[in-house]
Structures are given as C-alpha cells and as structure tokens.
Design a protein. Structure first.
Ligand code: ZN
Ligand code: ZN
Length: 380
C-alpha cells in the first residue's frame, strides 16, 4: 500500500481505523488523490451518458449521449454498455484493459445483458436475528443451488444488475492482477507527487477495508437474498461458456474461465459486496455538488480511511476517474482527518443517514452540540 506522507493510519479511540495528521496541514492542501476506483459501476440507465473512462456526463457538455462506442470484439463484456466521450478516453480504456482484450475480430457475445424477467424469486426465510453462522449457511446453500440450476429464471432489479456489474468489475481487476503479478496498472502510474497520489490499489488493499456484510444483513435482512441473487446471476453467466465458446476469441474464453473458477465459491463476491457497503463513494454528475444526480458508485480504496465528522476538515472533489481530498481548514498535528458522509441539516436527519448507510451513531462535536440544544440542556 502506498504510504501517504501527510497522515498515518491509526486505530481510533472509538473503534476501527482512521487517518491522523502527521504535521500541521494548511487549508487548501491536497491530502490525497486516488487516481481511480478499484471497482465501480455506472448505473445501467446512464451508460450512454457517462464516459466509461473519465465519467464525464454528456448533459454537462450539452449532449444527450456520447457517440464513441467500444466495439463488441474489443471487450470481454461485449458491447454491454461501454461508451466514451472521446476517442482518447476510448484508447485509455483499451490500454487499461488490453491484458484481457481480444486479439482478433471475432464477435464477443457473452455480454452482461439484463436478464430476462422471470417469476421465480429466491426463497429466504429470514430469522429474527441474523448471525454470522446463518450467513455462511445461506451462502453455502446459494452455491449448492446454483450448481444444479439450468437457465436463468430469477428476476433481478435494475439495482441488482448494477451491483452485479460492480462485482464483475472488481473480479476482472483481480483476475488481471493475478495474471500479471508484476505489471503496473495504468491507474497506478500517477506518482508524480509521491505520497499524495495513489492508484486504484490492489485486491489486498481493497481487502484491508472494513467488511460490513454482517452489519448490513443485520439491519437489512432482505439484502442477503439480493446479494445471493447477484452471485448466482454472475455464476450463471460464466456457466454459459460452453454454449457460446465457438463465438468467442481465445482471450475472452480465458477470462471467462478465470471468472468461472473464481465464482465456484462465493468468497470473493462476498468480500467485494461486504466492503461495498459503507466504503464506496457516489459518482456524481458534477465534481463537488452532491445534491445533484448520482450516476453510479466506486470503491476509492485509500479514500475510505477518512472517517465521518459532521464538521469535516476535508473536502473531496472528483477529478475524472479519480477523487481528490483537500484540507478545508487548517489542521493541527494529530488531528483526525475526516470527510462528511451525511448532508442532513438536522441532527436527526444525519443520524438516520449514518445509521442506515454506514451503521454507526455519530458522536461528533456538532452532533453533541445539536443534541444538547434540542434537549434544552445548557451547554457548559
Ligand atoms: Zn471520457
Ligand atoms: Zn456528527
């Protein structure tokens, strides 16, 4: 993992880890630039309007959609929703993915399409108290059932399809890493300001993030069925390989074989989804205005060490594929570096947002002040 020079990752007094200033940091200083997400997804409905490389939103440029498309033969995912704002972005995307791109012009038809609507839902009996053991049993059952299943008959929501695309993005990156252990990803070649600029990270870096699977399932039991459906869908796609093999080129077959091996157990899918909750950032249509349209989400691994404070000392700004973090005020040595995850004005609103999205109760100074005021207790 890259070592950022302005802060240390340390245990916090309230649990988990956080980033603490190593020295005094003046307002406006760039603290960290993450060049790209480890895994991300642009919502299916925005795939024509958001550049697949730089995340530029076509409406910001006065266009209803982008015109530069990735030909089916160039991508293992077929032409499943890959458009670009310019040929330059298309070329960068291809360079990044070239290790798994096809070398010939045969058509690739194993794209991740929206599955046909069906009527069969995953049956789950959710106990009143979900335990970690119950999660293991449910996932093991998911693997067994998908071994027997032929054809795809379950219905997925659009959100589940997008979640599947996020997982696929992460799994593909892991597969590329494993095939090229020494190779630097294009995303990582950004170290012109050492210590500040980091790449997308590696699988091991992603695994360092807090796994929130249990917290999510405990508070939202229906998400267990949803995640299992996502896994089974991805697994189903890779089991279609024998039927479509003749239509694929060699490299696509290789990648799908690797995916199939990976999806033989739900381990990596669970690991990706467990860290998706509470660690990812939304991709918004403007760099800083988070009140606008959310176009997708991404796991900017190194940015996830910044904890929440309702009066943060950092602000974040998206820069193309990357996210940058700046000091929004002067920061003293030893101070924890925080961003704000919640935009609620009232303390009640923020608490609701933080509990449902990040599974914690905020005890920051602003919340303490607001609560005191609300309860009428005079502050001393
Ligand atoms: Zn672009
Ligand atoms: Zn707070």
């Amino acid at each position: 993992m890259a070592t950022p020079s302005l802060y240390d990752i340390l245990s916090t007094p309230y649990g988990g880890r956080g980033a603490f200033a190593r020295e005094a940091i003046p307002q406006g200083t760039m603290i960290l630039a993450c060049a790209a997400p480890y895994a991300h997804v642009v919502y299916w409905e925005f795939r024509r309007e958001v550049c697949a490389w730089c995340f530029a939103y076509s409406f910001e440029s006065g266009k209803s959609k982008w015109a530069v498309k990735l030909a089916g033969s160039e991508h293992v995912g077929g032409n499943g929703g890959v458009w670009f704002c310019t040929d330059v972005c298309r070329a960068d995307y291809i360079r990044e993915h070239e290790k798994m791109l096809a070398g010939n012009s045969k058509r690739t038809t194993a794209g991740l399409a929206v599955p046909p609507a069906g009527l069969v839902y995953l049956e789950t009996i959710v106990p009143t108290d979900i335990t970690p053991e119950y999660l293991d049993v449910a996932w093991a059952a998911a693997r067994d059932v998908s071994d027997q299943r032929r054809g795809w008959t379950e219905e997925m929501t659009e959100f589940e399809v997008d979640t599947a695309r996020f997982v696929l993005d992460g799994l593909l990156r892991k597969i590329i890493e494993e095939a090229n252990p020494g190779a630097e990803m294009l995303d990582r070649l950004v170290d012109d300001t050492p210590g500040y600029c980091v790449g997308a990270g590696r699988w091991a870096d992603y695994m360092e993030l807090q796994d929130n699977e249990y917290a999510l399932m405990y508070t939202n039991p229906h998400m267990l069925a949803s995640h299992i459906r996502v896994y089974r869908f991805l697994r189903h796609i890779t089991t279609m390989l024998p039927q479509v093999r003749s239509k694929l080129n060699e490299k696509s077959v290789h990648v799908i074989e690797q995916l199939r091996k990976n999806l033989a157990t739900p381990t990596d899918t669970r690991a990706l989804l467990g860290r998706d909750s509470g660690n990812v950032f939304g991709l918004w249509d403007t760099a800083t205005d988070e009140g606008s349209e959310m176009l997708g989400w991404g796991a900017f691994v190194f940015g996830s060490y910044f904890n929440h404070h309702c009066e943060p000392n950092l602000k974040k700004k998206r820069n193309k594929r990357g996210v940058e973090f700046y000091a929004s005020k002067d920061i003293a040595p030893g101070e924890e570096l925080c961003i704000s995850y919640a935009d609620g004005v009232s303390v009640e609103e923020r608490m609701q947002q933080l509990e449902s999205g990040w599974f914690f109760v905020c005890r920051c100074t602003r919340c303490a002040r607001d609560l005191e005021r609300a309860s009428g207790t005079p502050s001393i």
